[in-house]
Design a protein around this ligand. Structure first.
Ligand code: NAD
Length: 355
């Protein structure tokens, strides 16, 4: 592997740890970008990279993303990410997860792990047998935090959409506000249900035709084909499926006043934030609006470290701060005539002592 500090995604990362365990076949990279606010926290990705360099790039890029996200979420956590370099058959054995748990434990709490792409709750339970520096474990009691972060993420996005409507359209009511939702899975489906209760007009799209029809019938929503949702005339376009959807071509065709949704890395390239801004469309920076899940995971971890269990109310109280943080970003964006994604990055850099 090449020296990580020559990689374009290297951003003064505090630690890049390569783990190899021959017996289990584990090969992993654990990166901590910043521990300014607390231990580097972020999920573990289990993925087959034909070129391991791409795994290193993901660990570098995603751990920096977690520094920004955790800082803007107001958590006492830094940014970290682990990547397990899976073989082509994606062989995941109890021995491999145990070896990974040992590696995390060996870092003495400098890195805290949780689920990400390719890693399930059951996998995290296996990892938790070897290390205490783990979160995203199943809910253990009524009213306790933990478990699937999707509904928490959806709640934060719902609040963020309402804040965007207040900022851009000048109304506190969602009655009749038209929201086009791309992706109606765990996050998008939750957002749609919450908005429907407030009387929003909904248009939904998902590649799962049966699933989206069932949800639309339940909520009295319209359905359009997946390739039509981004050009649907609406007040709010809410992307909750894929990343990199905002590019030169799609931004040109958007027929909305607001883009606010949970998908990670919505801007295909950094410059697309400026392109959305120049079209006069209000953008909710993805890592600020979709922080509900990490707020749940982070609160669960912090409470367990103090020997207690976090409650759902505690988590929701922190999620309820997302709208104020977004409003702060938009106010500064308006005042400085700078796109919200750039404003959010600068705010995050300041919070982690890297202004
Ligand atoms: P999910 O798999 O439950 O739902 C995704 C949905 O998008 C599925 O229903 C899928 O059929 C649909 N989809 C896929 N391609 C599509 C397309 N081209 N057009 C329309 N629909 C399409 O995943 P999720 O947990 O709801 O996550 C959604 C997004 O939010 C992802 O980008 C994820 O990274 C991000 N996110 C999720 C969380 C969380 O807590 N789950 C937290 C932060 C960010």
């Amino acid at each position: 592997m090449t020296a990580f500090w020559t990689e374009p995604d290297f951003d003064d990362h505090e630690m890049v740890h390569v783990v190899r365990d021959r017996a289990s076949g584990l090969m992993a990279i654990i990166a901590v970008h910043s521990s300014h606010l607390g231990p580097g926290a972020g999920g573990t990705r289990f993925w087959h990279y034909p070129d391991p360099k791409d795994g290193l790039r993901d660990a570098l890029r995603l751990s920096r993303g977690m520094s920004y996200k955790n800082a803007m979420a107001g958590l006492a956590l830094g940014g970290g990410k682990a990547v397990i370099l899976a073989d082509e058959a994606r062989t995941k054995t109890p021995e491999l997860l145990a070896a990974f748990g040992d590696a995390v434990e060996g870092l003495g709490g400098r890195y805290v792990t949780a689920e990400d792409v390719g890693i399930s709750e059951a996998d995290m339970v296996a990892v938790s047998k070897r290390t205490q520096h783990v979160s995203g474990l199943p809910v253990t009691g009524e009213g306790s935090a933990g478990g699937d972060p999707g509904p928490f993420t959806a709640f934060g996005i719902y609040l963020g959409i309402k804040a965007a409507v207040a900022h851009k359209l000048g109304t506190d009511s969602m009655d009749g506000v038209h929201v086009a939702v791309q992706g109606t899975g765990s996050v998008g489906g939750g957002v749609a249900r919450l908005l429907a209760k407030d009387g929003a007009r909904l248009t939904l799209a998902d590649i799962d035709a049966d699933g989206v029809k069932a949800l639309a019938d339940e909520l009295g929503a319209d359905v359009v084909a997946p390739d039509a949702i981004m050009t649907t005339p609406c007040d709010v376009f809410s992307p909750n499926a894929l990343g990199a959807i905002l590019d030169d071509e799609s931004i040109e065709k958007l027929d909305t006043k607001i883009v606010a949704g949970g998908a990670n890395n919505q801007l295909a390239r950094a410059r697309h934030g400026q392109a959305v801004f120049e079209r006069g469309i209000l953008y909710a920076p993805d890592y600020v609006i979709n922080a509900g899940g990490i707020i749940s995971v982070g609160t669960e971890y912090a409470a367990r470290r103090d020997g207690r269990q976090a409650s759902r109310d505690e988590v929701n109280a922190l999620i309820e701060k997302i709208p104020a943080r977004l409003a702060q970003v938009w106010q500064k964006s308006d005042a400085d005539n700078t796109s919200p994604d750039v404003v959010a990055d600068r705010m995050a850099q300041e919070l982690i002592g890297r202004a």
